[in-house]
Each structure stands twice: as C-alpha cells, then as structure tokens.
Design a protein around this ligand. Structure first.
Ligand SMILES: Cc1cc2nc3c(=O)[nH]c(=O)nc-3n(C[C@H](O)[C@H](O)[C@H](O)COP(=O)(O)OP(=O)(O)OC[C@H]3O[C@@H](n4cnc5c(N)ncnc54)[C@H](O)[C@@H]3O)c2cc1C
Length: 388
C-alpha cells in the first residue's frame, strides 16, 4: 500500500491534519492504536481559541461547534473567596469558545467518514521505518496480520506516550521537562454550571476550576496529590472538598449530582525539539505537553497542524520545501510562549508549596493582574491565543 502522508494517531492533531490535507487532495492514512469509541470517550479539553475555531472552519467541520459551543467573553478568578473578572472582549476584542474535545473529535471523525478518507483503528505495533531517508514506511498489525504503507512523510500525532517521538535517535532530539508534584481530580456531571464563565480558584486548600461543556453539563477540577487513588474519591467527598474552595455565591449556586466521569490527570510541562527528524514530523502532545491550567494543549496541537498542513501543501503544490524546513522553528516559537503561560497560570494559582513566601508572591502577581490594565491585557492576549 502507498500514500503520501501516514498520520500516526487519531486524536485532534491527527484527525485535523488528515482533514486539511484531504481538502488539498493530499492522500493520507490515519493509523490509531485504540478503537474509535475509545478515542471518543476521552474527556479532556474544553476551551477553544479563536484561531483553532478558524482552523476547524477551514477543515469544514465547524458547523456544530458554532451551533452548540458557548462563546465566552471573559473569565473569572477567585482568590481566597473574592472573585475578579477579566474581560477578553474588552481587553483584546477576542473571545474563546467552550466546546468539548469529544465533540471536536466526533466532528472530525464524521468529516473524515463523509469524504471516505482511510483510517485504521485498533492498529497494533505501529512502527516507522527509514524516516531519515527519502522512502519512509510505516508498519502495523491488525488482528495478527502485518501491513506496511510506504509514503513520502510520516506525521507523528500520537500523543505523549506514542511511538513517533521514540523513533527519533536520542542524539537527534533534546527534551525539556518540568513535572509538578500535583494533579487535577476532575468530575463531569449533568448539573447546570455554577457560573456562565469559567472560575479559576486560588485557595489555601488548593486550586479548583469550575468549568462546563454545555448549559446542563459541568466540569469541575480540584488540585490533588499525585498519590491520590480515584477509588477513594466517592462523589460526595469530591463535592465536599470543592465547596470550601469557592466563594460564597458560587457555594450557594453549586448544584451537585452523580459524576458521569471522574479521573486524575498529572500536571507536566514538556517540550521535545526539534519537532522534525528526516521525514518524520511531530505535532501536538507527541512533541509537547502543557499543564491544563492555561487550556492550551489542544490549541497548540491545532496550531502545529496548521503549520504542518501548509508546509505539506507547499511541498506538493508549489514544489517548495521552505515550509517543511521551517516547520519546527515556527511551531516551537508558539509552543514555548504557551509553555510559559501555562507554567505561569499553574504556579500562580495552585498551592505549590507550604512556604508562605510562595503564597505571598502569588498574591502579589494576582493583585497586579487585577489592578494593571497592561498585566490584564497580557493575560487576555495569551488566554485567547497568540497570533500565528
Ligand atoms: C484534564 C485535561 C484537561 C485539558 N483541558 C484542555 C483545554 O481546556 N484546552 C486545551 O487546548 N487542551 C486541554 N487539554 C490537553 C488536550 O487534551 C491535549 O493537548 C490534546 O488531546 C492533544 O491532542 P493530540 O492529538 O496531540 O494528542 P492525543 O489527544 O493524545 O491523541 C493521540 C492519539 O494517538 C494515539 N496513539 C498513541 N500511541 C499510538 C501508537 N503507538 N500507535 C497509534 N496510535 C497511537 C492515541 O490513542 C490517541 O488517540 C487537557 C488535557 C487534560 C488531560
């Protein structure tokens, strides 16, 4: 079998890349280790930048997002019981969209099915071969039978634990990492959100986030220790721990109910560079991870894909490799700024140590953010997404 681009991974990065390439008549095959249902069942991101919305429109899959997504013009930050609002709209003229990653994945999968582009789910032992030469190949197994696809390029969109990054010789890649000693315990529930806007909470008991997916479905997170066992968090205990972290109005408005999903996510910052080795290009979580506090992971995956799709179109339609040669550098310039912002939000809003000095610094940062228009504008510019 032969194609132009083999895409490893059917997360947002792989599916979006496949859709954009298809629009430009570039043949591609997606290889995904899990079943489609498993991929659709992963509850993750929910806040979409304007530039990501534009890209989903460009890929032809934005209709449902515009119909069902919630446009947010601002965000609220609660510090030790007092809430403050920052208006993106007033500070930058831009907004963000609340629309779940599962919905985006579904729209992209439906879009791919509608155009009949090939995807192989439950592909086991996916391995990339000869990526440093001109004729790379990707092999995989389905139901015990080995298959091989020869191609021009391999797009490694297989997330942090995928095989793409690991296919690059260690001497050809540098990695930068910070692991935070804390996690997010998240609950999804069919209850009305406590507020129309997201509330980020800085509290002596630890961080919390009141988020939502729809007007009737809420997503809440509380900071927890990485040693926590999800089994020891029945719903009642979760709500009891969330409540005291909120301000009085939010506490009164909070509607609790049974969880429909509950999970613990570790917080990590990670960058691998360069994002290219020979004919293998990394995109999304395969190349970098941000802690979810800044809501940047999916958005960064989309911006990598935008650079990569344009570079591949340039290669095939204009016979120019300039875009491919500059892909890593361009993508990383945006990645590192999102790494900085996500690190800043994480270290400013979480209980990061028992040292009161850290706590006083956080209060000073936040006080400056609420009082200075320049600081608020810088925050808003980063939150809605920096320009490409
Ligand atoms: C709790 C939480 C909240 C978040 N909130 C936000 C948010 O609000 N906004 C935001 O922008 N981001 C958020 N993120 C981050 C976001 O979910 C990720 O950055 C995003 O999923 C990255 O997409 P991706 O396609 O690069 O990788 P993934 O979504 O990880 O997809 C990779 C795919 O590759 C597949 N794969 C892995 N290994 C192989 C293999 N060997 N062979 C074949 N396939 C393979 C996987 O099964 C998967 O389907 C959040 C993440 C978490 C955990």
């Amino acid at each position: 079998m032969r194609t132009q681009v083999v895409i490893i991974g059917a997360g947002p990065a792989g599916l979006l890349l496949g859709q954009l390439l298809h629009k430009h008549s570039i043949a591609n095959v997606i290889l995904e280790r899990q079943t489609a249902d498993h991929v659709l069942g992963r509850v993750r991101a929910g806040v979409i930048e304007q530039v990501t919305m534009n890209l989903l429109d460009e890929a032809g899959v934005g209709a449902r997002m515009h119909a069902d997504g919630l446009v947010h013009e601002g965000v609220q930050i609660c510090v030790d019981g007092t809430r403050h609002r920052l208006s993106f709209k007033e500070l930058t003229g831009k907004t963000v969209m609340v629309y779940g990653q599962t919905e985006i994945t579904k729209d992209l999968m439906d879009g791919r099915a509608a155009v009949g582009a090939p995807s192989v789910y439950s592909a086991q032992d996916v391995s990339a071969h000869d990526i440093s030469g001109d004729k790379p190949r990707v092999s995989y197994q389905v139901e015990g039978n080995t298959h091989e696809i020869s191609c021009d390029f391999v797009a490694g969109c297989d997330g942090f634990h995928g095989i793409s990054r690991k296919s690059i010789p260690e001497s050809a890649i540098d990695t930068y990492e910070r692991v935070y000693p804390l996690g997010w315990l998240g609950v999804l529930s069919d209850t009305p959100p406590v507020s129309e806007e997201l509330i980020y909470v800085r509290h002596p008991r630890g961080f919390a986030l009141c988020s939502m997916r729809t007007p009737t479905r809420s997503r809440y997170y509380i900071q927890c220790s990485l040693a926590e066992d999800i089994e020891s968090w029945p719903d009642e205990r979760f709500w009891q721990e969330l409540k005291p972290r909120l301000d009085e109005e939010a506490r009164e408005r909070l509607v609790t109910g049974p969880s429909i999903e509950k999970s613990i996510a570790p917080l990590r910052s990670f960058v691998a560079e360069p994002m290219r080795f020979g004919r293998l290009f990394l995109a999304g979580d395969a190349a970098h991870i941000v802690p979810p506090t800044g809501a940047k992971g999916l958005n960064l995956a989309a911006s990598d894909v935008r650079y990569l799709a344009r570079a591949l179109v340039e290669h095939y339609q204009e016979r120019s490799d300039a875009g491919l040669d500059h892909y890593s550098e361009r993508a990383l310039a945006r990645v590192w700024k999102a790494e900085r912002f996500s690190w800043w939000m994480t270290t400013t809003l979480h209980k990061i140590s028992d040292n009161p000095f850290d706590y006083r610094l956080q209060l000073a940062e936040l006080d400056y953010l609420f009082r200075s228009k320049a600081a608020a504008t810088a925050f808003a510019e980063n939150y809605v997404g920096l320009p490409y």
